[in-house]
Design a protein around this ligand. Structure first.
Ligand code: C2E
Ligand code: MG
Ligand code: MG
Ligand code: MG
Length: 284
């Protein structure tokens, strides 16, 4: 009601709404200088082959080192960056930085390794997205097969024909495509017929509590089985315990990712982990 009456009518704003608006404004102002001030970094979380224990790749996760607030997670600022359009230049930076680092790892002899990058809806639907990606691949001289793009169902579904055209082009460039947070979005299975996807990442909300939690156990069993039968690489997110790990292995799920193997690490710490090539927990 306050909104309808226009910007000058503050009387219906309660204190909480006001605090939220001030907070958003604070984040937005900070985001506007964060790129130039080099306040972003990427953390990398390994993905582990559940049969061999070998690290097959990493997922790049954006971090913001805020001068006053310290380390901030994507949940604190990505949706605000989307609302004010800043996600487009930020995404370009993420992609370039992830490709640059992956190239360094490949040159250091860590093979095979691929890096997954999360792509937000606005970045995906930006008209320069494909050209930016081509430029970055060329600039960094990274083999496109070593780059995986993680897309959520909500990125793809609103305009599935448009999305499909982009995905086909991405396939022809040679990058790998993953559906992130599988099962949580629009949850239509039809895009599995439509889209040229390589990887299904089962959302961590389903992995939680398995195998004891019957509902999640049944969902994870069914989704993994379907994914394998349809020839996707299936990755379970948010693996935190040995029990979850063992159960996923018994399902012949391809890969796992989560704090059980390793939390997301700054690049130099990730390099040290890659030198061992194997998730430490699996050795015990
Ligand atoms: P996501 O792509 O599903 O990434 C997995 C999230 O789970 C990460 O949170 C990761 O730190 C967290 N995680 C990893 N292992 C565990 C575990 O064992 N247990 C639990 N409970 N959580 C675990 P993070 O880094 O806070 O990122 C949150 C989301 O923000 C990501 O979800 C992704 O959707 C988005 N995001 C991250 N980096 C970027 C980026 O560069 N660009 C865009 N557009 N979005 C990003
Ligand atoms: Mg992801
Ligand atoms: Mg995910
Ligand atoms: Mg998730």
């Amino acid at each position: 009601y306050a909104k309808k009456k226009g910007r000058n009518n503050y009387q219906f704003f309660n204190a909480a709404m006001n605090r939220r608006a001030v907070e958003r404004q604070f984040i937005e102002v900070g985001l506007r200088r964060a790129l130039e001030a080099q306040e972003f970094s990427l953390y990398y979380q390994p993905k582990v082959n559940l049969k061999t224990g070998k690290i097959t790749g990493v997922e790049a996760l954006l971090r913001w080192h805020h001068p006053e607030r310290g380390l901030m997670l994507p949940g604190d600022f990505v949706s605000i960056a989307e609302d004010c359009g800043l996600i487009v230049p930020i995404s370009r930076w993420v992609l370039r930085e992830a490709c640059r680092q992956t190239k360094l790892w490949l040159e250091a002899g860590f093979k095979p390794i691929s890096t997954a990058v999360n792509i937000s809806a606005l970045a995906f639907h930006n008209q320069n997205f494909l050209q930016d990606l081509r430029d970055i691949l060329q600039e960094t001289a990274l083999d496109p097969a070593c780059l995986e793009l993680e897309l959520t169902e909500s990125v793809l579904m609103p305009d599935s024909q448009f999305s499909n055209e982009i995905l086909q082009t991405l396939k022809s460039i040679g990058v790998k495509l993953a559906i992130d947070d599988f099962g949580t979005g629009y949850s239509s299975l039809s895009y599995l017929q439509e889209f040229p996807i390589d990887v299904l990442k089962i959302d961590q909300s389903f992995v939680r509590g398995i195998p004891e939690l019957a509902r999640n156990r049944i969902i994870v069993t069914a989704v993994t089985g379907m994914g394998i039968s349809l020839k996707y690489r299936v990755i379970a997110e948010g693996v935190e315990t040995r029990k979850q790990f063992s159960f996923l292995t018994s399902l012949e799920c391809d890969e796992g990712q989560g704090n059980y193997f390793s939390p997301p690490l700054a690049a130099d710490r990730c390099t040290r982990l890659l030198k061992t090539g194997i998730a430490e927990n699996l050795l015990h």
